[in-house]
Design a protein around this ligand. Structure first.
Ligand code: MN
Length: 144
């Protein structure tokens, strides 16, 4: 066994994120056939990803705040610490904080095959869609 090296916290690129997002790598990909990659991602209030999809899907485990996770059909899941959200391979989605709280989640995924990128980044989420997601989520009963 070995104690894994720690990595400096990275700042999420403004190409892919709106607002202040910080990423800590927890597990980096190991030699084949391993494909696992795990990061802790911290979003300042109001911060969120652009639209994107993951070749092999993604599991998000919420550890702080309230996570909003939205898909193209307008569905927004509101998830609290201890809950886990899964997006299947290729499903376009976004995730982020609410406007008033920091949010932290663990993001777990597997690298895709060959030249296919693990994550395909698309356009930024519109301000209107983000506002609607917050409004919608605020009207939902708290998750159990
Ligand atoms: Mn994602």
């Amino acid at each position: 066994m070995n104690l894994e090296p720690t990595h400096p916290t990275g700042k999420g690129s403004s190409d892919w994120f709106t607002g202040d997002v910080y990423v800590d790598s927890i597990a980096t990909r190991k030699p084949e056939p391993s494909r696992m990659a795990v990061s802790r991602v911290r979003f300042a209030p109001g911060a969120h990803t652009a639209w994107h999809s993951h070749a092999q899907g993604q599991t998000l485990h919420i550890t702080e705040g309230i996570a909003l996770v939205g898909t193209r059909d307008g569905t927004v899941i509101r998830a609290v610490p201890g809950q886990t959200v899964y997006t299947p391979p290729g499903e376009e989605h976004w995730h982020g904080a609410t406007t008033d709280l920091f949010m932290e989640h663990l993001a777990m995924l597997e690298d895709g095959d060959g030249p296919e990128p693990t994550t395909v980044w698309l356009e930024h989420l519109s301000d209107a869609d983000y506002a609607a997601a917050n409004q919608h989520a605020a009207n939902e009963p708290a998750a159990d």
